[in-house]
Design a binder for this molecule. Structure first.
Ligand code: SF4
Length: 214
């Protein structure tokens, strides 16, 4: 775990991320808020590519809670069985749809507490939805952000909650909205788990990782 980088260095890191990708986008496909919540919930312990493959067919036939209920659990399973933990996830998608219809008039709620009251929606999923759809600077720490935060010194911490706080506390306000996507994309494509691509990394001179690859 690297030491926490100082404000000036973190500011320069995010200035570079911003210059390279002014409007970074997440890679989970969705057609509305409901399908975004479903896609994020399905992405736990699965890759975005794998989830997108499964949800293209699913969302073509069910893009509302009502349509998802009509499709039923077995119908959802038929679309998502290539995704890990699909049985449990299908159960949650149906239970979530039922609650949205019964308690929220078929609409996805916009508070963190209400989102987290939905089956299959934890703090991370709620934060991704608040960030991607509602534009709040909510920080969801996934495996890529956890690794990059610790290696680089942007947001070091032994557990996800500590890294989440470090991201919120240490990244300057003007970068908070997009910090989530910049860090995920940098972790996914450059700061790779096994062999980080330090030679082509745009923050190499600022990163605190001591075992950089040539
Ligand atoms: S220099 Fe290497 S370890 Fe540091 S952020 Fe870039 S890829 Fe990751």
């Amino acid at each position: 775990m690297a030491k926490q980088l100082c404000y000036t260095v973190i500011h320069e890191i995010f200035s570079r991320f911003q210059a390279a990708a002014p409007e970074p986008k997440g890679e989970l496909e969705h057609v509305n808020l409901f399908t975004l919540v479903v896609a994020v919930a399905l992405s736990a312990q699965a890759t975005d590519v794998g989830v997108n493959k499964a949800t293209r067919g699913l969302f073509a036939v069910a893009d509302t809670p009502e349509a998802m209920l009509a499709l039923g659990e077995e119908g959802v399973i038929a679309h998502i069985k290539t995704i890990g933990l699909y049985r449990n996830k299908a159960k949650n998608v149906i239970a979530m749809s039922r609650i949205l219809v019964d308690r929220f008039a078929g609409q996805v709620p916009s508070s963190r507490a209400a989102l987290q009251s939905l089956p299959g929606v934890g703090r991370k999923t709620a934060n991704v939805v608040l960030n991607m759809w509602f534009g709040l600077p909510a920080q969801a720490v996934d495996t890529h952000i956890f690794r990059l935060g610790n290696r680089s010194g942007i947001a070091p911490g032994r557990d996800v909650a500590t890294v989440e706080r470090a991201v919120e506390d240490n990244i300057p306000a003007e970068f908070q909205l997009h910090a989530h996507h910049w860090m995920i994309l940098h972790g996914r494509y450059v700061c790779l788990a096994r062999k980080p691509r330090c030679a082509v990394c745009l923050i190499r001179d600022l990163c605190a990782y001591e075992e950089k690859n040539e």
